[in-house]
Design a protein around this ligand. Structure first.
Ligand SMILES: [Zn+2]
Length: 486
């Protein structure tokens, strides 16, 4: 009996000590920290940073320096990007029944044109459905097809845009079009950059045209008048090259071989300055690591802070990590991604893993001061948790109030002023508390899933459909190029 009381006392004391550490960390992160200054440096000074660009290189060194200045042990970890694609300049001219210069930008992986441009007839492709292409018939061949889009209002719309593009582009190839013109899904002549669905295999010129300009074209075409399009797409393309993730680490005091990894992606598109996607959460990673060192916290498991690269082009940095560290993945307790902007965190996506859901619920129960949370147990494709999920590692994605994420997504308008700084600080306290919960509770046991378990997850959810809408990763999984092999 005495022994029991003693053990209970030690247990209680340990729990309280853990709570005290978590509370100190939360308090520290909610207090005065340089997170806003860091975010300004990354977005305003370095700016948009597509992987392979000079700004991206600067951001790698910046991230490394930030960790080092905070006393966090960190390194640049090299990986191979499959190819280079950067836009230099894109322009267009409409002629025929009307003459004007629409605002355009190239889709990522778009084919470039000759310096003097590529000219063709512009035809109305409706919404780019099977019926629409059937209606166009031979009229699509050798012409530019313009695709009408619905206005984007939320993240569901964004997922639909990605899924629709796969079918539209398949139909366009089949019809033998000269090129595709997508109507921008955002008003006010806002442009953004999406990936062509075939990724590095894309061979068509493709642009996004300002919504108002595209509507003008469609009104004229639907009035039975004809238009021609001259488009000049100047892109920089190249073969495989070396890029880097930046990984910071705080070694575990009791089980250093066990790892909790949290991350955000350093790269962005070059149109805006990648503030909500994903500079704000890069600043969060640095702020959490810095605060843990400042408070001299000693997590029991190792915590790694990942600044991923190559995310926008196909999640290449985090994929490389899961390959490089494959022999350690059995010891990865949890992998978290934060990549849905700076709206207040409402909970986490727990990846279709009831065991992860239970643990996360338990860790978050005491966090009532930071908000009301609902964790949602579905698997999601689209950010750096993906390869961990396909390797069977327990994974989380922070879920946020949608706020202004979707309207500014990948757009010229994704700049510092769109970040909700107050929510960002609270978000960082939430992420830190969950991370510490995973790192300190040695009773947590989330065994890595087998290939069979992962296949079951794919079959029992809409993962297959999601994977098919993202950059060919479905085939990489089938071919064994991605995910757990056995
Ligand atoms: Zn992102």
């Amino acid at each position: 009996m005495k022994k029991f009381i003693l053990i209970s006392f030690i247990l209680l004391w340990t729990l309280l000590a853990q709570d005290r550490e978590t509370n100190k960390l939360i308090e520290g992160l909610l207090g005065d920290t340089p997170i806003e200054e860091d975010l300004k440096e990354l977005c305003d000074v370095i700016g948009g940073r597509p992987t392979g660009s000079r700004a991206n290189s600067l951001s790698i060194d910046w991230g490394l320096k930030k960790f080092q200045e905070a006393g966090v042990s960190a390194s640049k970890e090299a990986f191979t990007m499959p190819g280079l694609w950067l836009e230099n300049e894109t322009s267009a001219q409409i002629s025929g029944a009307a003459e004007f210069e629409p605002r355009v930008v190239a889709l990522t992986f778009s084919k470039g044109t000759h310096r003097t441009g590529l000219r063709g007839k512009l035809v109305d492709g409706g919404h780019g459905t099977t019926d629409d292409f059937a209606k166009l018939g031979e009229n699509a061949r050798g012409n530019f097809v313009i695709i009408e889009t619905d206005e984007l209002v939320d993240i569901d719309g964004l997922f639909k845009e990605y899924a629709d593009a796969v079918l539209i582009e398949d139909l366009a190839y089949e019809a033998g079009v000269k090129g595709l013109v997508y109507m921008s899904s955002r008003p006010m002549r806002l442009l953004y950059r999406h990936n062509a669905s075939r990724s590095f295999e894309n061979t068509l010129p493709m642009v996004v045209m300002a919504r108002e300009d595209a509507k003008r074209c469609l009104r004229i075409l639907r009035n039975d008048e004809s238009l021609a399009l001259l488009v000049k797409i100047n892109v920089r393309k190249g073969g495989a090259y070396k890029s880097y993730n930046v990984i910071g680490e705080i070694k575990g005091s009791e089980r250093p071989e066990e790892v909790v990894i949290i991350g955000a992606h350093l790269d962005s598109w070059g149109l805006g300055t990648g503030a909500n996607d994903n500079g704000c959460n890069i600043a969060m990673m640095i702020d959490i690591a810095r605060q843990m060192i400042k408070l001299d916290l000693k997590p029991k498991r190792t915590i790694r802070f990942a600044l991923w690269n190559g995310e926008e082009l196909g999640l290449y940095g985090s994929m490389a990590y899961t390959e490089q560290y494959e022999s350690q993945l059995d010891n990865h307790v949890m992998a978290m991604s934060v990549d849905i902007g700076s709206g207040p965190i409402t909970g986490f996506f727990t990846g279709g893993r009831p065991d992860v859901l239970n643990v996360t619920n338990k860790i978050m129960d005491p966090l009532t001061d930071l908000g009301m949370f609902t964790n949602i147990d579905i698997p999601l494709v689209g950010t750096d948790n993906f390869d961990f999920m396909m390797h069977g590692v327990g994974n989380l994605i922070a879920n946020h109030e949608p706020a202004n994420y979707a309207p500014n997504y990948h757009a010229e308008s994704d700049t510092y002023d769109k970040v909700n700084l107050e929510a960002l600080k609270r978000n960082s306290a939430i992420v830190a508390a969950v991370t510490l919960g995973y790192a300190n509770d040695l009773n947590i046991n989330l065994p890595r899933q087998s290939r069979q378990n992962i296949e079951k997850l794919v079959e029992s959810t809409d993962l297959e459909q999601q994977m098919k809408s993202m950059m060919g990763i479905w085939y990489q999984w089938l071919d064994g190029k991605r995910g757990r092999k056995k």
